[in-house]
Design a binder for this molecule. Structure first.
Ligand SMILES: Nc1ncnc2c1ncn2[C@@H]1O[C@H](COP(=O)(O)OP(=O)(O)OP(=O)(O)O)[C@@H](O)[C@H]1O
Ligand SMILES: [Mg+2]
Length: 681
């Protein structure tokens, strides 16, 4: 068999024809009434469908820094599947979803323009893109199905004319029959069931078709329905069905027809008048987005004249195509704008009407390092960056700088910006409680609305990746270099002071990087497992005796002695356990060991990350003299030293994710710090 035939054969088996038929379902109006009776949710409004779509992916709740966090999996799991996960904006997303919820319930927000507002590159477009994708996908599954209808052509030649605005088929029911029909459909429903309602009327095109056909059947509506076919509607941005996007061009070039449709000049000759709906294309963004969502990019750049179209669309759910009466629409209107445009709006009296009718949702930058790192790992990971290794901490350092530029200087005299960043990131610092962190967040009102955008960081990491084609590995220095070099031409930096402060923050992260790698190298040097196990059991023996107020047996002399306070403290100090907290720390460890013992398990220092770090640093201190780090920077290295270096390098590779290139770099770098005599600790 030929390869082509085999491939097609396999693909044929993979096709899901049942699913295809379901998605392309067609039937009579009568069939549709059966569906409505059985699944009343098919008649939901656009807001209700959007809200249910988000909920359909599930919700998780957790507590972070004393705050209850609700997380909609739509924005995490579904989004991640589409390479668009949103990080660190849980609270803002809750605001957004609550707005959808109240609109779904008809509490008023459905009459407003939703405005995502935030600095450039804060994921506003990403959010809008996700919602559109979510709606498309939801319309394809049973839970989210919806329907529209099409008219048989006059000539009865097999042509059909779809409603250009994909209206709900129930719009076909004349007003005087609606009450009776709904009473039947909603008969014996439970209060919790979704009640079917009918709002709105047909579009001008369908009115024309309707009237013509009604005349043909001498006013018999039920017979007229024979000219109608109902079909399952699948929303699709690409096909301009139920999903629209409007992007204002320059102000002179804006044209309302892009929103509400335009005359089809070729057809005027055929139908004789420009007010015949058949000679009109109802294909503006607001028309085609009916039943779904329309996104207004840079909505405030819209010419004032069109803002009125937008206001009508949101407030009345009606649009006015040229030469036609007001037309009902049912769609979610989502605009976004960045900070400078929004400020312009606030100072503009003409815009008052708009301001009053918008619900503003802030979308700030992320201020938690962990989340910022995830944004970059989305694009820069081993999967996507092929043939180049990204040295440990490269992304972390860039993200750290980005977050620092966004933080407001704390009022606390003895708290640096970097420490604040660490507190936000979930680290505990002596003297600061979770309440302090909540307090810090409260005092910094506009935090996250300024600073460096993720886009700048993404661009500079890409630059660093391509700037050194000869290198197999990109490291933090290369990225820091790109970040700094780009600052001079950064169009959004407005003052020399700001430039200066961003530069100083680069220095802050450089120093932090030194600390991080110094630590890591020291730990790699000391990561001799036997020595660590010995040190650990010695420490634990002492801690046990201390907490139980006993004596320790000296291994060499066999004598019983007081616990060795100096030893214990020299370990604990390595991970900043203050004197006042030492009892807690020791008790915690003993409890942990006790709990393990109940399960018949033995304690292993590797299961306690902090203790492991403390032990490694202590061991390094004890053996500092046996490996001369500084000798690394000299050109002549004897055989014994080289062997030790190789061991350290392999530990760096195995335990910390270094490669051959960057482990050599980092050892050299740390050695040079020691050579400069900068060893702080
Ligand atoms: N909180 C976040 N979570 C995940 N990705 C983010 C986040 N913030 C920004 N990004 C990423 O930053 C980039 C810019 O985002 P996006 O284009 O959505 O921003 P925007 O707010 O629309 O910007 P602009 O105002 O310039 O149009 C994208 O790659 C996006 O994935
Ligand atoms: Mg955008």
């Amino acid at each position: 068999m030929s390869i082509g035939k085999t491939i097609l054969g396999t693909l044929r088996q993979q096709q899901n024809l049942g699913d295809y038929r379901k998605k392309h379902w067609e039937g009579s109006f009568e069939d549709y009434l059966d569906i409505v009776r059985e699944h009343p949710e098919v008649t939901r409004t656009a807001y209700q469908r959007l809200y249910d779509m988000i909920l359909s992916h599930g919700v998780e709740e957790s507590y972070e820094q004393k705050e209850k966090i609700t997380r909609y999996k739509f924005f995490t799991e579904f989004a991640a599947q589409h390479g668009d996960a949103i990080y660190g904006l849980d609270r803002q997303i809750v605001n957004l979803v609550n707005t959808f919820k109240s609109a779904a319930k008809g509490y008023g927000t459905e009459k407003r323009v939703l405005l995502l507002h935030g600095p450039v590159g804060s994921s506003k477009s990403t959010l809008a893109r996700l919602l559109k994708k979510g709606l498309e996908q939801y319309s394809k599954i049973d839970e989210g199905m919806l329907f529209s209808y099409t008219w048989r052509g006059n000539a009865n030649d097999g042509t059909w004319h779809k409603c250009p605005m994909h209206e709900e088929p129930l719009h076909l029911v004349p007003f005087d029959l609606r009450e009776g029909l709904l009473a039947k459909i909603n008969e014996d429903r439970q209060p919790a069931d979704f009640p079917v309602t009918i709002t709105g009327d047909m579009c001008p095109f369908c009115r024309q078709m309707y009237n013509e056909r009604l005349a043909k059947y001498d006013g018999d509506w039920t017979r007229m329905l024979e000219e109608v076919k109902v079909y399952r509607l699948i929303l699709s941005e690409q096909d301009r069905i139920g999903i629209g996007t409007f992007q204002p061009k320059d102000e002179k070039n804006q044209d309302s027809t892009e929103l509400t449709g335009d005359i089809n000049y070729r057809k005027i000759a055929e139908f004789g008048s420009d007010s015949d709906p058949r000679a009109f294309n109802f294909d503006g963004e607001l028309n085609i987005a009916n039943r779904g969502l329309v996104e207004f990019i840079e909505v405030l750049k819209l010419d004032v004249a069109f803002l009125y179209d937008l206001l009508g669309a949101s407030q009345e759910h009606k649009i006015k195509p040229k030469k036609f009466a007001q037309t009902d629409i049912d769609e979610v209107i989502l605009g976004h704008t960045n900070e400078p445009e929004y400020r312009r709006l606030q100072n503009n009296e003409f815009m008052e009407a708009l301001r009053d009718r918008t619900v503003k949702i802030d979308v700030p930058y992320v201020t938690r390092l962990k989340d910022e790192i995830k944004i970059y790992e989305k694009d820069f990971n081993a999967e996507r960056v092929k043939g180049k290794h990204i040295a440990p901490h490269t992304i972390e350092i860039a993200a750290m700088w980005a977050v620092l530029t966004r933080l407001v200087q704390p009022k606390h005299a003895n708290l640096t910006l970097l420490q604040k960043l660490k507190l936000y990131n979930g680290k505990t610092l002596p003297g600061f409680t979770e309440d302090n962190v909540v307090e810090l967040k409260k005092e910094a009102v506009a935090e996250g609305m300024h600073g460096i955008s993720p886009r700048y960081i993404q661009d500079k990491i890409s630059n660093a990746l391509v700037a050194h084609p000869e290198e197999g590995c990109v490291n933090p220095f290369m990225v820091l270099h790109e970040l700094e070099a780009g600052l001079r031409h950064h169009s959004l930096i407005t003052s020399p002071e700001q430039l200066q402060s961003f530069r100083e923050l680069l220095q802050v992260v450089r120093e932090e990087y030194e600390d991080i790698v110094k630590n890591e190298v020291q730990r790699a040097i000391a990561a001799d497992e036997d020595a660590l196990t010995r040190l650990c059991s010695n420490y634990i023996d002492n801690v046990k005796a201390y907490t139980q107020r006993e004596k320790v047996r000296n291994r060499y002399t066999g004598n019983f002695e007081e616990p060795d306070e100096r030893l214990m403290r020299s370990v604990e100090e390595k991970i900043d356990i203050p004197e006042g907290r030492k009892d807690d720390f020791r008790r915690e460890i003993m409890n942990y060991i006790g709990a393990l013992a109940i399960d018949g398990k033995k304690f292993d220092y590797k299961t306690n990350e902090r203790l492991q770090k403390a032990l490694e640093l202590k061991l390094f201190e004890d053996q500092k003299d046996t490996i001369k780090l500084t000798s690394l920077v000299s050109n002549v290295v004897d055989k014994a030293t080289q062997e030790k270096i190789d061991v350290v390098k392999s530990r760096l590779t195995r335990n910390y994710g270094y490669c051959e290139v960057c482990s050599t770099d980092v050892l050299q770098f740390v050695a040079s710090i020691f050579a400069r005599g900068h060893a702080k600790k």
